[in-house]
Each structure stands twice: as C-alpha cells, then as structure tokens.
Design a protein around this ligand. Sequence first.
Ligand SMILES: *[C@@H]1O[C@H](CO)[C@@H](O)[C@H](O)[C@H]1NC(C)=O
Length: 243
Amino acid sequence: MKMKELLLFLSCVLCGSADALHTDIHVVGCSYIHGGVMFGLDREELWYADFEKQVDVYPQPPFIQLISFGDGAYETAVSNLYGCRQLLQLSRTGMKDYPLQRDAPSRVMIYTRDEVELTVKNTLICHVTGFYPAPVKVSWTKNGRITTGGSSINNPYPNKNGTFTQIARLKFIPQQGDVYSCTVEHLGLTKPLIKTYNVETSGMPETLKPSFGPAVFCGLGVIIGVLGAAGGTFFILKANKWI
Ligand SMILES: *[C@@H]1O[C@H](CO)[C@@H](O)[C@H](O)[C@H]1NC(C)=O
C-alpha cells in the first residue's frame, strides 16, 4: 500500500520534471517616461526595481525560498535603464518616423485572488494581456468613485508573440452590494476598457443564494404523487364496483 503510494508520487515527480522546462527571464524596458527592470521565473516576478521609491522589491510571499539578486542589484537596474534610454534615443534618430505599432489589449479579466467570503480581506485582480507597446494604465473604482488605496500593478511581462501582459491588484474587503471596476487605458484604445465586479452576484457562495428550484420540484413531486394515489384508488374502487 505504502509502496504503491510512493511509486505514484515518484512517477508524478518524474513526469513533472520530464516536461518541466523552466523559463528564466530578465526584462529591461523603457520609454521616455516609463521604465522597468525585472527578473522572473516561470511567469512569476521574482525581483523588480521600483524607480519611484528607489528600492528593489521581492514581491513573492516569504514562504518561497527567495533567490537573492545581491546588494548592488538596484544600482545595476538604474544603469540598465540608463542604457535602455540611450538605445531608445539612438534608434529614434536612426529610424526617423518609424511607425509605432499599436495593439490594443486583446483581453481584460477581473476576478478575485481568493474565494469570496463577505467581510474577509481579499484582492481583486485585473489581468490585461495582448497589448503593445507597454504599459497600460489601470485605475479602480468602488461604487463609482475612484479608489487608489491598496492598489498596485506589476511590470509589463512579455508574451511569446511580442505583446505584453500586466496584472493590477486592489486590496478590498467584500461587502454585500459593492461594485468595483477596473478601467484600462492604452495607446491602442480609442476609449478606456472597463470591467466591473459585483460583490453581490459574483461573490456569494452557492449555498447562500436564494434557491427555489429544489423546493418547487419537491412540491410538484408530492402533488403528482397524491394525484396518482387518488387516481389509483379511484380505479381500484371502480374495478371492484364499489362506486
Ligand atoms: C498574443 O498573446 C496573448 C497572450 O498570450 C493573446 O492574448 C493575444 O491574443 C495574442 N495576440 C496576437 C496578435 O496574436
């Protein structure tokens, strides 16, 4: 028994590692106003430079064994960004009037990180993909009002086809009836894309939703049963000429 379990487990590890091709990524990106430098592994951000706060950030939860990028990592990122801007300047002068390709986001999704329980802390996620160039601007509203507290957005992540993905997050506490939205702005869009999230309808667990289905079926079943019994009794009595 124990042996079987062990074999099963081992074969899982083997099949897992047989097709486990890890993807290690280092992104240096810039425009004249934006810039991002990050290291990632298997589509997860392991490290990025926050140029506004002038620090480096390890965004993974602490239970993940962290890979350190060293003490000088932030300074290296600053020089990467400087190099990127110089290249940008060079290519701009070299390729005069180079037409800028603009692909609007192909998909925007809004969902919660954890299963929703009313009054329990959660995170709303706005997942934007398929756009070029980066970045997109994402803003949040709660019940129609712009909300900024507890929101963040990760660095643009390159997709295989040359477009980008960005994930915006908003910390929130689900309250019955609250409506949230994420608004996505991009160079390729003529008007912003808006996705809404309704705590009332999408957030309630199945068991709390008012449900008439089973009660109606049960009631119908009882009525049909009673009618059937009455009909049967009638025909039995009739056959025996009692009525
Ligand atoms: C590029 O890839 C993204 C995500 O992988 C996808 O959503 C998008 O539709 C693709 N765009 C094109 C032009 O193929």
